[in-house]
Structure formats: C-alpha cells, structure tokens
Design a protein around this ligand. Structure first.
Ligand code: BGC
Length: 584
C-alpha cells in the first residue's frame, strides 16, 4: 500500500513519517467486560453467529485505522546516530567492547515480539477472541486502562518493522503466531481460518525476502477464549489434542520456511497467571487457584511433548524447544544453609519444572514432588517420562535478570511445612539488594511496573554456567532480554525518550558478559533476542512499561529508534562474523 503511505505521509519533528492516514480516535477505556460463563456452559457453535457470540464475551473492540498491509519506503533510512554516551576513558563505544572477541558463525542478532503485544487488529480477518482480549477488559486488570486492540498494529505494519530490522543489522525476529487467527474457535474439530494462515505465510516470506530469519513461537499466552469457555483452556485434558492439531496445521503450512520453532513462551509465567485474577475466575470445577498453575504445567508439558513428536514425525527441517524463563542466582547470604537450599527450591520450581522433564530426568524435580501432592501436581507415568526426555533440540532462556535468592525471611522451615505461608510452595524469594549493606543488585527499572527487573550483568555469567551445569545443551539462545527504563513513561519530549541510558548500558554490559561466557566459560550461546523491537502492550501494565528499543508514537504509529537500538546495531556490526548467513 505504497500509495496510501505516500498520500498520507506527514513529516514529524524527528524526520520520521506517519504511517496512518489520520490520527486514530483515542483508545477508549476498556468496557468492564462480563465475567465468563461457567466452564463448559458455552455451546460449541462454529458458525459466524457463534464467533460473534464469543466476541460478545469480550465486548466492543476498537477498529484499526488502516486495514491493509503497508509497504515501507526502501531502503529504510535511520535518523543520524547519537553522539558517544561517555568519554572513551570511562566507557568504550559498542564496537570497542572486547574488540578481539567475535561471536560464533551463525550467531543470531535477534529481536522478539509476541502476537498479543504487537499485532493489534484483534478482530480482523476472522480472528477469534483470546484470553487476553477478554482479560484486559476485566475490572481493575489494566493499570493504564488500555487495551491491545491497536498497540503497534504490526498485523498491517510488519513490513515496516522488518525493514527497520534490516537497517539496524538485525538478522532474526522471534514472533508468535496467534492460535485464534489460525483456529478462531481453537478446537481440533473447528474450521481453520485461511486468512490467518495466509497472513503468517506472507509475513514469513517477507522476512526471508529481506534476509531476516523468522523464528516462530506457537503460543505466547493468548489462549483462544473459546477453549477457556469450553473446558478451562490449559486446565482441561482436551487442550493437548487441540494444541497438537493447531501445531500440525502450522508446521505443514510453513515447513522449511521457518526452521527455528518454540512451542511455548515462558510456560511457568503463563501457568502462574491461571491462579490469579482475572484468570482464576474461570476455573473448571474441582480446580482451585493454588492447584491451577501445576495442573496447567502438566498439560503444557504433555502438549509440548506431543507437538515435538509431530514435528519429528512430519520430518520438519530445523529445531524446536520451548522458551524457559528465570535464572539460578547465587545465595543471598553466602553462608546461609537456608539460602543455599532456597536456591535449589528456586531451581526446581522456577526452572526445573519445565527443564527436568525435557532435558534431564523426564520427570518433575524431586523437590516439587516432595512438596506437592498429585492432586496439585499430576504425576507422569513411566511411559510419559520416557516420552518427555529429549523433546528439545536446544535450550532457550528469557534471561532478563539474575539476582540473589534467599529463603523466606522467617526461615525455610516456617514455609515448607505451612501451606498457608505466603511463599508456599516455592518457599524462596529473589532479593533486590545485597545482604551486607543493602546495595541494589543493579540499576533499577521503572518503579511502577517491572519491579522484578534489575540490570544485573555481574551475575549473568554465573547464571548461564548454572543452566549449563544443570541442563546441559549444545546450543543456547537468550530468547529474550531487555529493560524497562525508569520513568520513560513520564517523558514527553522525543530527545528525553530516545536517550535510554540505563537500557543501553544494560544491553552493552550483558553482551560484553556474553562474549566472556562464550570465550572463557565455553557456553554454547548462539543467539540473543532483544525484547523488544518497539514499545508494546506489556500485559496488565499496558503502555506504562517501556521495553522497546524504538519508541512508539500511539497517534501516528511511527517507530523512532532510541539510543539502545544504535548501540545494539554497532555492537553486533563489530562482533558478528562477516558475510555470515542465518537463513535456512
Ligand atoms: C515475556 C514478554 C514480556 C517481557 C517483559 C517476558 O517475560 O515473554 O511477553 O513482555 O517479559 O516483561
């Protein structure tokens, strides 16, 4: 749609151009959506009327300001780069960080996104509603009252984002496919939506044409709402067959064009959400909020294993795994036996839960089985244990931060034997300040959103070593890393917004440590995906949390690179192998 772009072009202060014909109406306050009918009470009606009645559970949605794919002006030209941040005696330029160390051949300089957070166009081209389309309209959920109805409108503007990746030297984009675009009703016996399949086909082709490796995630938390209504989504056994059916459809459609796949993004975080508001208002009978995360974990592992089996049976070229999250950090008080034990509890509950079954024993970590009865954590049979093992071709970790780990401050014993303790059953916590003088673990994020996040490059190598020791792999990706710049949300002038000093330092220090991990520690790191190419809808924080290496102007949908985008670009230009190719 070049004509639309040209006729609608508006020059902005920074020299960027608007990509929409006219400012869209302001985002309306979300309707206070209805709570879901009790699980199982919604009839399966796969007709257009059934589709509309599912959307009625969500309420009205905002239409996008454009409804056709926009072509970028090529080549994409970046605004001039920023001057050096500090004198070179204080901090090196990105290209001068360990200038003699290079990244291995084929290393992925990636960015990551997720369908719900960037696509917008939520009700276009036959897409069904998702759990988050519904959740974002429940009272009190969104801290800024926003929805993701439009967000970055990447559904129609993906070519602009890909062109920008090219101009920054990025060579891989990890995006997610929205299950509800492919199967609006989610279920295996429901109709496939050709428009949804065609969209991702075009998107994948455009990445390949532009030299960007497409990396696809099947599920990044946006469960088709129909499946939640029919049987409780990931709390019902039917989810396994429905997920595998969806996976097979997508595998067949994009075979050979996408060669790096993820089944699930951060299943631990996703499953934890099912136990809290608003998702815990739609639990199936017999499942309570404390059980929900673990029952979900069981079905996620089963769905992952079955999807990987299908991947292999279909002779799919390439590699598949899921994206783990979290870290194994050092004990807060080095000599505390409670803290040392807390590290093990963290390793089990927060990472081992999805890593032991796939990478080592095939089963849940022993600490989890000792703590949780089968009514909470369903047990794998010996056959399932055998099937689980080896169902990942590499290890992927969303490694945002690596703090210290501690026992509950009233002692480990007070928690492990007390199911009403606030930290039960994990019985560990991460510490944001040191145990000696109370110094922060590192530069802090925006205090009103990502309070879990600190910039902690000093523990990054330690944490990668822990992963490699516990769940050894021949190939590791940092499938997400990024930073929520403090107070960026309060800045109004572009020169303030784009000067993202803490995020820039975060990326540069992590990447310097990554070079040392590869060269000194033998970590088989083969890619790092920055979250995210542009500011986007940060779940319940909406647009109040800023993770983009580009600023999003919500009126014009223009993307403007921040300092961190240039720093990443300069770092990788200097450290990637020259003339490398990463495409299939
Ligand atoms: C998730 C993203 C999220 C990011 C920043 C990751 O845990 O995969 O969806 O936006 O963290 O919070």
């Amino acid at each position: 749609m070049l004509s639309l772009l040209v006729s609608a072009t508006v020059t902005l202060v920074n020299g960027a151009t608007s990509v929409v014909p006219a400012p869209p109406p302001p985002t309306p306050a979300p309707s206070t959506g209805a709570s879901l009918p009790s699980v199982g009470s919604v009839a399966r009606d796969y007709s257009p009327a059934g589709w509309e009645s599912l959307w009625n559970l969500v309420g009205p949605v905002q239409s996008p300001p454009i409804t056709t794919t926009v072509d970028p002006v090529l080549p994409d030209v970046l605004p001039s780069p920023p001057p050096a941040l500090y004198p070179s005696w204080f901090a090196p330029q990105p290209a001068d960080i360990f200038p003699n160390l290079t990244l291995p051949s084929g290393f992925l300089f990636g960015v990551s996104t997720a369908a719900y957070q960037v696509e917008g166009a939520v009700k276009e081209d036959g897409k069904g509603p998702t759990s988050w389309d519904w959740a974002s309209r429940q009272p009190g959920v969104m801290v800024d009252g926003s929805t993701a109805d439009i967000t970055d409108l990447q559904y129609y503007l993906y070519k602009l984002d890909v062109a920008r990746m090219v101009s920054l030297g990025i060579n891989a984009h990890s995006f997610s496919i929205s299950w509800a675009r492919i199967y609006p009703f989610g279920a295996a016996d429901s109709p496939v939506n050709q428009a949804g399949l065609d969209h991702y086909s075009n998107l994948i082709d455009y990445h390949l044409e532009m030299g960007i490796k497409p990396v696809a995630t099947l599920f990044h938390w946006d469960t088709p709402l129909a499946l939640v209504a029919y049987y409780g989504g990931f709390l019902g056994p039917q989810i396994v067959d429905d997920f595998v059916n969806y996976a097979k459809t997508v595998f067949a459609a994009y075979k050979g064009r996408v060669t790096t796949w993820y089944t699930f993004n951060e299943p631990r975080v996703f499953c934890a959400e099912l136990g809290i508001y608003p998702f815990n208002t739609s639990l199936p009978i017999g499942v309570n909020s404390t059980q929900a995360p673990f029952i979900c974990s069981y079905y996620v592992v089963k769905a992952h294993v079955a999807a990987v089996k299908a991947f292999r049976e279909m002779g799919m070229p390439g590699e598949i795994a899921y994206k783990n999250d979290d870290f194994v950090g050092p004990p807060w008080r080095a000599n505390s036996t409670d803290d040392i034990e807390a590290v093990e509890r963290h390793a089990a509950f927060q990472i081992g839960v999805f890593s032991d079954p796939v990478y080592t024993t095939g089963d849940w970590p022993p600490i989890m089985k000792e703590t949780l009865p089968p009514s909470f954590l369903p047990r794998f049979t010996p056959e399932e244990i055998a099937e689980n093992k080896g169902t990942a071709d590499f290890y992927a970790i969303d490694d945002y931060r690596d703090q210290w780990l501690a026992a509950p401050l009233d002692g480990l014993a007070a928690c492990v034997n007390n199911t009403s303790h606030p930290l039960w059953p994990q019985c560990n916590q991460l510490m944001l300040y040191d145990s000696n003088a109370g110094w922060s673990a590192g530069p802090n994020p925006d205090p009103d959103s990502a309070s879990w996040l600190q910039s902690t490059p000093q523990n990054f190598r330690y944490s990668l070593q822990q992963l490699q020791a516990r769940w050894p792999t021949n190939k590791l990706y940092i499938s997400e890393y990024g930073f929520d710049e403090a107070y960026e949300v309060d800045r109004t002038e572009l020169y303030l917004i784009t000067e993202d000093v803490t995020r820039t330092n975060y990326y540069m220090t992590y990447l310097g440590e990554a070079l040392l991990s590869i060269h000194n520690d033998g970590i088989p790191l083969m890619g790092a995906f920055a979250w995210s190419i542009v500011d986007n809808a940060e779940w319940n924080y909406g647009f109040n949390a800023k993770f983009g290496i580009q600023y999003l102007n919500h009126t014009t949908l223009t993307r403007t690179p921040k300092r961190s985008a240039y720093a990443l670009s300069q770092f990788f230009a200097a450290h990637l192998q020259k003339n490398d190719t990463v495409l299939p």
